[in-house]
Design a protein around this ligand. Sequence first.
Ligand code: NIG
Ligand code: FE
Length: 409
Amino acid sequence: MNILIGPFSQILPMTGIPLKGTLQDEDLTVIEKGGIVVNDGRIVAVAPYKELLQQYPDCEVHFIDQPMVLLPGFIDCHTHICYDGNRSRDYAMRIAGKSYLEIARAGGGIWDSVTKTRVADTVTLVENTVARANRHLQEGVTTIEVKSGYGLNMESELKMLRAIQQAGLHTAATLIPTCLAAHMKPRDYTGTEDEYLQWALDELLPVLKQESLASRVDIFIEETAFSAAASTTYLQKAMQQGFAATVHADQFSAGGAEVAVNTGALSADHLEASTQKEIDLLARSSTVAVVLPGASLGLGMQYAPARKLLNAGACVAIASDWNPGSAPMGDLLIQAAVMSAAEKLSTAEVLAALTLRAAPALQLQDAGQLITGFVADLQAYPTADYRDILYYQGKMKPAMVWKKGEKVK
Ligand code: NIG
Ligand code: FE
């Protein structure tokens, strides 16, 4: 059954936009008084509402009687929403001026979330993940990448990835799992970093394959986590096993983005410490540069150089990094809007970074744009002017959200 939804004051289909480089708002196609026809979870047509009424005379009409701007659902290509416990003690220490080391010594940091997540049962992790995914969905985020990485041993990494898989059955949002067993070398592991990574390659990844728990791996390349050399080997071997790769790169020191580009990772994420060298490498590659303003806000540090990345010609996506430590807020639109003011990103660049430019980071070929045949993941904001969305700095939320054509808000 064809369903016609509309009329919308404006539809931004996010089509005809290049994947890389700078964008101006004039690059956005805006369909005034538009409509969309959906059928069986897919988009059938996007055009002026009156034309669609004539073309699809037998369709069911879902009439929109208020000013509304329609966009594709957002894609959050980097989160850690499967965890238990919070880290407000870390946060309080950090805003009071304590250093990373002081916080770690007081029992904070990633290891604290590992400890709390290891003792959580699967049901709790599923519930936590579903609750966060549903909050995202209500805020227009229809596809969410979710990392493991608070387990860091066989039992707990599997528990996390199984919880993410189960959570996907209990939320309408699409969840895409990524194995982040290489988040840090766990404190209770007695071998070297190479041995730990080799354990993941030999023991953990084959099980993930067998149980279809993840087809992507991530690694945190940093002085306090894994070296560039060890990470390169890990990523290459994981890719040989058929895994796609993404990297936590250049968060505090540069080096990770180069590994991401050289190994052909889908994305290099963070980039707060990237220099012109990494910016140029990313711009010349097909690796998506994922910036994470939520982590900059949570840690009180500089934003990634999104403006420079776009000027150099990179594909820039924006993700939330929602996690208990560095990015507890988890509001993708507020983070993108706040960053756009600081980094001077155009509305077109921000909306593209949340939709079609985030899609390749997750190898999505039918999401992020309103195109015939694409999935009908949609959101509508209560305004007649799309510029209001960033103007209100993320405080204006979508009034309506559809996932695979079903109205979920
Ligand atoms: O993306 N950078 C490393 N990992 C996470 C933070 C995880 C944590 O602090 O729990 C990040 O910011
Ligand atoms: Fe992260």
